[in-house]
Design a binder for this molecule. Structure first.
Ligand SMILES: NC(=O)c1ccc[n+]([C@@H]2O[C@H](COP(=O)([O-])OP(=O)(O)OC[C@H]3O[C@@H](n4cnc5c(N)ncnc54)[C@H](O)[C@@H]3O)[C@@H](O)[C@H]2O)c1
Length: 289
């Protein structure tokens, strides 16, 4: 494709990035989920401490994040749950009805299609696409989705589905080899947001955002932290003797600089997001097969 740039899970993803840091944007869905829980329990206001606890971040971080949205809360009262939900929802687009088009209806595509959490987050599955003659024409039940049943279409149905379903997120769950051409077809059909599960680096034109999910990479990151964790004396290192790759294999000693002893949460921190989201433009994603 002419004028392409490397897809980067980390490239700026929306206009909001000009004013709100990427690390903050990565935490907004956590706040929204926690606020939804408070709303379901009938709470009209919530303190920064309660909201921070429910989101798994510290209160100072939460207040800083929400200040980027112009939400400072009221001293002694806290945050208005409904107003904050609306503000965060507007920022992350959950006030819009997004459509999801899944390309590649094998094991993973089928599992993702049956995920029941789309509707609660402002998404619906609009089309299921596959290249296999065996799958094309098969009906798939999608509880709680609108519509509750979809027929898997071939390539021909892709452009039409995208045209009728904007705004659209395209999910790629094909093998690696056809993933680039699938991506090109999604982009040609007008998709500018792509979630890629195929273990390959996609190239997209400017203005198209790709985020790549890689289970293998996440496992290796966990293995890294396990290997470098500080353990109480006398506790066995479960990875001892196992070559996890990427290091010289020498056992780490307490006090080594890499032994931070911190709990590693999955809540994105400024550092973790900076390393995974704020990569320099044009940087290639590292893809673990
Ligand atoms: N990112 C992750 O964490 C993660 C986890 C598991 C699997 N994967 C990857 O997800 C992909 C799917 O895995 P799977 O187990 O579901 O494989 P699968 O073989 O069960 O399914 C792949 C599907 O893609 C379809 N397909 C092939 N070429 C196509 C094309 N050009 N257009 C449309 N459909 C096409 C096939 O017909 C098949 O139905 C693989 O690339 C796999 O490596 C990623």
């Amino acid at each position: 494709m002419a004028g392409v740039q490397h897809s980067d899970a980390t490239a700026p993803t929306s206009r909001a990035h000009r004013t709100i840091p990427d690390a903050t944007i990565a935490r907004l869905p956590l706040y929204l989920r926690a606020l939804s829980g408070f709303a379901e329990h009938g709470l009209a206001t919530v303190s920064s401490g309660e909201l921070a606890d429910a989101s798994g971040v510290n209160p100072a971080q939460l207040r800083k994040d929400l200040s980027h949205l112009g939400s400072y809360g009221t001293r002694g009262v806290g945050y208005d749950v409904a107003i904050l939900r609306t503000k965060i929802g507007a920022q992350i687009g959950s006030t819009l009805q997004w459509s999801v088009v899944i390309v590649g209806m094998g094991n993973l595509g089928t599992a993702l299609a049956s995920y029941s959490g789309y509707a609660g987050r402002g998404f619906r599955v609009a089309a299921l696409v596959d290249a296999s003659d065996v799958l094309i024409g098969q009906r798939v039940r999608l509880e709680g989705n609108d519509p509750e049943e979809l027929t898997i279409t071939g390539d021909a149905g892709l452009a039409e589905a995208v045209r009728e379903a904007q705004p659209v997120v395209g999910i790629i769950t094909t093998p690696a080899e056809p993933a680039q051409s699938v991506c090109d077809r999604l982009v040609a059909a007008g998709v500018t947001s792509i979630l890629n599960f195929a273990p390959t680096v996609l190239q997209v034109p400017e203005g198209v955002v790709v985020r790549t999910v890689d289970l293998g990479q996440e496992l290796q990151i966990l293995a890294y932290h396990q290997q470098h964790a500080v353990r109480p004396e006398g506790t066995a290192d479960p990875s001892a003797g196992v070559d996890l790759g990427g290091t010289d294999g020498s056992p780490q000693q307490p006090g080594d600089p890499v032994h931070d002893g911190h709990h590693h949460s999955d809540v994105p921190t400024d550092d973790s997001v900076a390393s995974s989201i704020e990569a320099p433009p044009g940087r290639r994603e590292e893809v673990l097969q």
